[in-house]
Structure formats: structure tokens, C-alpha cells
Design a protein around this ligand. Sequence first.
Ligand code: ACO
Length: 316
Amino acid sequence: LRSAEEMQLQARFDERIDAGDFIEAKDWMPDNYRKTLTRQISQHAHSEIVGMLPEGNWIGRAPTLKRKAILLAKVQDEGGHGLYLYAAAETLGQSRDQLLDGLHSGRAKYSSIFNYPTLTWADIGVIGWLVDGAAIMNQVPICRCSYAPYARAMIRICREESFHQRQGYDALLVMMTKGTEAQKAMVQDAVNRWWWPSIMMFGPPDDQSPNTAQSMRWGIKRVSNDDLRQKFIDATVDQAKVLGITLPDPDLKWNEARGHWDFGVIDWAEFWRVVGGDGPCNRERLAMRVQAWEDGEWVREAALAHARKHSPDAPT
Ligand code: ACO
């Protein structure tokens, strides 16, 4: 049974949500709101950090100095996004060590997309165009998330993501307009492999998404998984035409009545397999993160020892 005071706090919280107010870390919030946000923000942070791996793999093999500098900056941005997001998640009460333990033990999820391999240089362009393009579509509405520390972090993240999308599109455009036949075929092959996983990134269909209704009620999610997926597909079809590539879906067809592109059936069994840990690179990605965490132990110890020297209140 809840106390009268708690019911009053709940009513006040609901009113603020309905009025479109932002909730700050120090404000009262229901336990489930806190839990949902910790889950989503920490999964988002893990995705940024694991997302450094597929592309980091190509920094040493970028074809020109310019492409290498761009890729290096992009991968560093992703590290930064992970750090802002861990900081935003920490405002809800869990420590960074607890959040990272969730990732390293395999309990916490991260985006399915980062469990696919980067086989050629064209994959790097396609990740920018499709994966970062999908990420922006999903993340712009989060700039209006009801939890203010998350919304604030997303503003800078979205600005950087749009640079990521543009650099990928530019790399593909150069290959498609100035490249050899082999380079064009390499781009088409990468698009064929990344298209379906990219549209799965938005999550399960709305009628199979256990969290959407409540998250939308709380203003954590502003647009549903299916609506974002449709918006992304609608925007991407024309970009594919400009690039001169074919999206690997024979059912893509303009639907005049809906005012949207119809698309084929998504293989949700594959999505759940990858989310469940059995995608092409899940084991490799997690092993790399755990290894990086263990290798970094001496750095964390040294940083703490240094902090203790300068402030007796620093954590031991
Ligand atoms: N990869 C892995 N897991 C996913 C994915 C995905 N692409 N989509 C959904 N899921 C998981 C959800 O986390 C949820 O699992 P959980 O309840 O154990 O946490 C389950 O599938 C059911 O999905 P939903 O009920 O739709 O979950 P939710 O309301 O959280 O929506 C979404 C999922 C859209 C990914 C949401 O959490 C979100 O917008 N997150 C922030 C953005 C983000 O994390 N982006 C990461 C990739 S972009 C990048 O890093 C470049």
C-alpha cells in the first residue's frame, strides 16, 4: 500500500509529464521510470562503446589520410557519446562500475547492429549512411525526452551523429561516382548486407514491443519503433537513388494511399537471435570489451591513486 504522500508525489509527477515538463535528477520520480531510464540510457551507452569496435577495425586500413582522420574522429566521438551517456545514467543512482558490469557479464543489452562484421572498406561508408542515419532518426526525438540529463546529452550527440552520417554518405558517393566497377560492386554488396539489420535497429514492431506504451506515456520515447522505421525508410529510398544503388528489398513500393514506402517482411527471428547473443560477432565483441576493461585496470588504479594524493576525499 502506498502512503498518501507517495500518491501525491505520483500525481504531481504525472501532471508534470502531461504538461511536457522536464524531470531533473533531484526530482521525485516513480521507481519504474527510474528503472526504465537506467535500462535505456545504459544500453545506449553500451551501444556507443561496442559500436567503436566494428569501425575501429578499419582505422589502420583506411584508404587515404583524409578518410583515416575522419574515421578516427568519428570513433573518438562514439567513445565520448558513451561517456556522456554513462554520466547521464549515473544521475539515476547506479554507479558506472555497476553499469559496466551489466555489459561485461552479458546481462545488459546493446544495439543488435554492432554484432555484424565489417568485411570491406565500403562497410565503413554504409555504417555512416545507414547505421548512423538510423541512429539519428531514433535519437533526434530523444532530445525532447522527459528526463532532462538524457535530453541534454542527446543534443550534442545528435550534432556529432549528423557528421557521421554525412561522412559515410560522402565516402559512398565518391566510390559510386568516381570508383571502378569493382568498387561500385563492393558498395552494393555492403548495402545488401547492412540494409535489413539497419531497419531492425529500431526494435521490434510496436505490437511486440513490451516497453513502448509506457515509455511513450512517460515521454521517454516520443515516436514509436514502427513510425521511426517507416520515416527512415522513406528518407533513405531517395538517397539510394542518388547514390545509384539498389536496396535489397523487392517489395519496396511507393504506396500513394499511405503516402509512404511499403517494404518487405523483416526476419524478426534473426533479430531476436542477435539480441539474444547469437549473432555473427556477439562473442567477439563482448570478449574485446572485457579484455579492454581488464587491460585498463592499471590506468584506473593510477588515476585513483593520483586523485587520492590531491584530495583525501577521493574514492578508495
Ligand atoms: N538491439 C538490441 N536490443 C534491442 C533493440 C536493438 N536494436 N531494439 C530493441 N531491443 C530490446 C530492448 O532493449 C528491449 O529489451 P529489454 O526490455 O530487455 O531492455 C526489447 O528489445 C524490447 O524492445 P522495446 O520494448 O521496443 O524496447 P525499448 O522501448 O527500449 O525500445 C529502442 C528500443 C528503440 C532501441 C530504445 O531503447 C531506444 O530508443 N534507445 C536509445 C537509442 C539507442 O540505444 N541506440 C543505440 C544504437 S545507435 C548507436 O549507438 C549509433
